[in-house]
Design a protein around this ligand. Structure first.
Ligand code: ZN
Length: 66
């Protein structure tokens, strides 16, 4: 399994999306997908603080505050 972006060994495979990514490109993808979801669903107003925690599935997810 190789990263769909760079062709290096993939660290994460998301079968439901047909996507495999190395660590670097997974982190890029995760940030962009999170930003896209926040904008699409208008979850935040400028200046608001957020605590994020995600669990579940076989793949570990990062969590933190923004
Ligand atoms: Zn990659």
């Amino acid at each position: 399994m190789v990263c769909k972006v760079c062709g290096q060994k993939a660290q994460v495979e998301m079968r439901s999306r047909g996507l495999a990514l190395c660590r670097e490109h997974y982190l890029d993808w995760f940030v962009k997908e999170t930003e896209r979801a926040i904008r699409r669903h208008r979850m935040l107003l400028p200046g608001e603080r957020v605590l994020v925690a995600v669990s579940g599935g076989r793949t570990p997810w990062p969590f933190g505050t923004c």
